[in-house]
Design a protein around this ligand. Structure first.
Ligand SMILES: *Cc1c(COP(=O)(O)O)cnc(C)c1O
Length: 356
């Protein structure tokens, strides 16, 4: 494992207090982690330094060809003062799956996890403690060769920044309205849909704006070939409870394999619910909504953990889910996952990792 050099800021910023609003992704801590890659040395010289702008050539390849990977996870402070990460090994593993697809050199998972632990420890005073708050951790890699021309870069930077975030739903769990997109697609099989990379988000913007203009908060994507099968919600995976069975689209190569998705599948199975990972068509959902067997719908992702879905719109059809409120399984998943993350519910699976 590489040794991380630590240079602390001499000019610390004020840390937000419990009464300050923490709007997601707007506040950054005092430090950042940076590690460089070149073919001669591999990944080298990891360092924690004051949070600051980075200097890159305007020709840096990331600006032109989008070669970048990112991750997202959270650190929590427990009531007894411990600092916990939730399944960081899964993020390290997924980072390398994305890296391979994007022709970015792999990062030793031990160095990845050690980097996250060390930067979180350095900025631990920034971990908020009000219910529902946490420190969001954003690791990412960018291609830095000053070069125009399409090939993998030879040099890269691996950076981690931290952002204190508030409760995703300040008034508690709140059902969202979701737009099923029938024109634009996010990803196709064989493409980069299963890699966590900015390009997938650029592809999603036009539909997101369209959905927002129609009063919907998120877009639910269909498969890129037939536009018939449900894929995911862009920054969340999606689950349906149909006639007592929990159903989620099978990972088919164009869906991002969420850590929260994996967590929810394990918990539902533990609770004795039948879980099916398979193709789900819009027609099946429409029929289930009409005959009343579509009991619950929820999204899963690190930011919101669980997002209950109150209604879905497909073309001119609007279908309400259950009574439009929060489903029982959605609530139980939310309480259990956040309980484990905060060290309040027994961690049977060893999902939490203590920072120190
Ligand atoms: C990050 C992400 C998710 C959710 O993954 P988690 O690991 O649960 O946070 C889902 N879809 C996409 C496209 C994502 O980028």
């Amino acid at each position: 494992m590489l040794d991380i050099k630590i240079e602390k800021t001499t000019n610390p910023k004020p840390i937000p207090g419990p009464e300050d609003p923490l709007v997601f992704g707007t506040i950054f801590t005092d430090h950042m982690y940076v590690m460089e890659y070149c073919p001669e040395k591999g990944w080298h010289d990891p360092a924690i330094m004051p949070y600051q702008p980075i200097s890159l050539a305007p020709s840096a390849m990331v600006f032109h060809y989008g070669q970048e990977m990112f991750e997202g996870l959270k650190a929590y402070k427990t009531e007894d003062g411990r600092i916990l990460l939730f399944r960081p090994d899964k993020n390290a593993e997924r980072a390398n799956n994305s890296n391979r697809r994007l022709m970015i050199p792999e990062i030793d998972p031990e160095d990845f996890i050690n980097a996250v632990k060390t930067i979180v420890e350095v900025d631990q005073a920034w971990i908020p403690t009000k219910p529902g708050t946490s420190l969001y951790v954003r690791p990412f890699v960018i291609a830095t060769d000053p070069f125009l021309g399409v090939r993998p870069s030879n040099t890269y930077k691996f950076i981690i920044i931290l952002s204190p975030v508030g409760a995703y739903y300040p008034e508690g769990l709140n059902p969202v309205k979701i737009w099923i997109e029938d024109k634009y697609v996010r990803a196709v099989r064989g493409g980069i849909g299963e890699a966590k990379t900015g390009g997938n988000y650029v592809a999603s913007l036009a539909a997101q704006i369209k959905a927002h203009d129609e009063g919907y908060s998120q877009v639910l994507w269909l498969d890129g070939v037939e536009r018939k099968y449900i894929e995911e919600v862009g920054a969340m995976n999606i689950f349906f409870k149909i006639n007592g069975t929990v159903v989620t689209p099978v990972l088919n190569g164009s869906i991002l394999p969420g850590v929260t998705r994996d967590t929810c599948i394990a918990l539902c199975k533990e609770w004795g619910l039948p879980v099916e990972e398979r193709r789900v068509s819009v027609e099946e959902l429409e029929a289930a909504a009409k005959d009343g067997s579509l009991e619950e719908v929820w999204g899963t992702g690190t930011a919101a953990v669980i997002s209950p879905v109150g209604h879905l719109r497909y073309e001119d059809d609007v279908f309400q889910i259950g009574d439009g409120g929060i489903g029982q399984i959605s609530q139980k998943l939310y309480d259990t996952v956040t309980g484990i993350q905060l060290g309040k519910v027994e961690d049977k699976y060893g999902w939490t990792v203590e920072v120190k």
